[in-house]
Design a protein around this ligand. Structure first.
Ligand code: C2O
Ligand code: CU
Length: 462
């Protein structure tokens, strides 16, 4: 619609693949191979009880170096981008003593975790923590998997500046995968001046419409194209989270094999061989990679809006082989049993759209912008079908707080799912009862510039 009109120039026969209307994507900086992929620190557990993980987090401005030796300003949890990893076992209680040392209000939202409503940290629906304020988050983590945490106030700015971290919830009863190493890869991108390393915060017309994308891919807060060293043939488990505000990471493994074993809500029923992996903002994946002679995990770009351009390719991570060859046992054929959820009742249809108002782009749900999107109503314990119809010419990754859902007929647990341009998906939401399940739960596009420009609503559970 509007985007089509904007992009019409580049769709014309004889067009040169560029258009005057939207500025092109900034070309990717490909750093020289340089050192190892950094391992984010794990948050220090201050509680001796093995079933309680008690940590302290503070959000504050800090100085980082996205390019070696070139300091840049960021906002971070405990001074590092990404923030410390919170590691727990399924069923543990997590206590987070949070201090806001920013000059503006913030919250922490626990993306994907089934927490009580008043612990969800969802900005305008719950408690924003003022500058200098403190808040103790307390919740139990009922499900194994990879989750992440980030602010829910001015999220397109606060997350973009570096406020995000990962949460790994382990299940000691998980089937043995015979992985020689496991690494967490938190993906992001940032727009930097390649000479000075300074972060460029400008939001141009393209950023306003597509969300802000950078020119430097980050893995665990450092420039991409670093190494993970593995034995030839050994199995490496990579847990990936896309923490970028807008970039879709489409990944291919060149020189090796890639098998997906898990997604947002933990393990899949069975391993699934992949030729490429699309990770929208907010999504996670648990993958196994193997190579005998070395491989490159490459970001190959993704066309997420007609004619907008997929962006360039860049090496994200290199798998470098060294040492004696390994021969891992075969992966288990079954990882977990998940029933396909049959819907009971429905909550209706949410239509994602966009429009121009006062020379600004607005992103809408059922033609309204947050907080004026009429709430979706449902009962605790229900299992409704919900249709998300994308009436716009670009993809929008749909995210629901506090509950897992399945794409109808697909036995895997998701909390964030791509709704491609001009298409519809039907999800079945498991609104299972638990303490604190009632309340207003946000749902929104996880392109955070879109969420903050209106594409957000509430699911009201009674
Ligand atoms: Cu990861 Cu409401 O967000
Ligand atoms: Cu969107």
């Amino acid at each position: 619609m509007f985007l089509a009109a904007l992009l019409a120039g580049c769709m014309m026969p004889g067009g040169h693949g560029t258009h005057a209307d939207l500025p092109p994507l900034p070309p990717l900086v490909q750093p020289e191979p340089n050192g190892d992929v950094p391992v984010p620190e794990t948050a220090r557990d201050e509680n001796p009880d093995p079933a309680i993980v008690e940590v302290s987090l503070a959000a504050a401005p800090t100085t980082v170096a996205y390019l070696d030796g070139r300091p840049a300003t960021a906002w971070a949890y405990n001074g590092s981008v990404p923030g410390p990893i919170i590691e727990a076992n399924k069923g543990d209680q997590i206590i987070v003593h949070f201090t806001n040392d920013l000059a503006e209000p913030t919250t922490i939202h626990w993306h994907g975790l089934r927490v009580p409503n008043d612990m969800d940290g969802a900005g305008r629906l719950t408690q924003p923590i003022p500058p200098g304020g403190r808040f103790d988050y307390r919740f139990v983590v009922p499900d194994a998997g990879l989750y992440w945490y980030h602010p829910h106030v001015r999220s397109e700015v606060q997350v973009d500046k570096g406020l995000y971290g990962a949460i790994v919830v382990r299940d000691p009863a998980e089937p043995a995968l015979d992985a020689a190493i496991e690494r967490l890869l938190v993906l992001d991108d940032i727009l930097v001046d390649p000479a000075s390393g300074a972060v460029d915060d400008r939001l141009d017309m393209r950023g306003m419409m597509m969300g802000r994308e950078g020119n430097l891919l980050l893995v665990n807060g450092q420039s991409s194209n670093r190494a993970i060293t593995v034995a030839p043939g050994a199995r490496t488990r990579l847990r990936l989270v896309n923490a970028a505000t807008a970039r879709f990471f489409s990944l291919r493994l060149e020189g090796g094999a890639m098998v997906q074993i898990g997604t947002d809500g933990g393990l899949l029923p069975a391993p699934r061989a992949l030729s490429s992996l699309l990770l929208t903002p907010g999504e996670r994946a648990d993958v196994i990679v193997e190579t005998t002679t070395g491989a490159t995990l490459t970001s190959i770009g993704y066309e997420r809006a007609m004619g907008a351009g997929p962006g360039g390719e860049a090496a994200l991570v290199r798998l470098v082989t060294s040492g004696a060859p390994a021969t891992p046992r075969p992966l288990p054929a079954a990882l977990r049993s998940i029933d396909v959820l049959a819907p009971i009742g429905l909550v209706g249809t949410s239509r994602l759209g966009e429009r121009m108002a006062h020379h600004e782009w607005l992103f809408t749900i059922n033609d309204a912008t947050f907080p004026n999107v009429p709430p979706v109503m449902a009962r605790v314990g229900a299992r409704p079908s919900w249709t998300i119809t994308n009436e716009s010419d670009m993809d929008h990754p749909f995210h629901l707080h506090g509950f897992f859902f399945q794409r109808r007929g697909v036995a895997e647990w998701k909390d964030t799912i791509d709704v491609p341009a001009n298409s519809s998906i039907e999800i079945v939401v498991d609104l299972a009862s638990r303490p604190g399940a009632a309340g207003d739960w946000m749902y929104h596009c996880h392109i955070l510039e879109h969420a903050e420009r209106g594409m957000m609503g509430a699911l009201t559970l009674q």
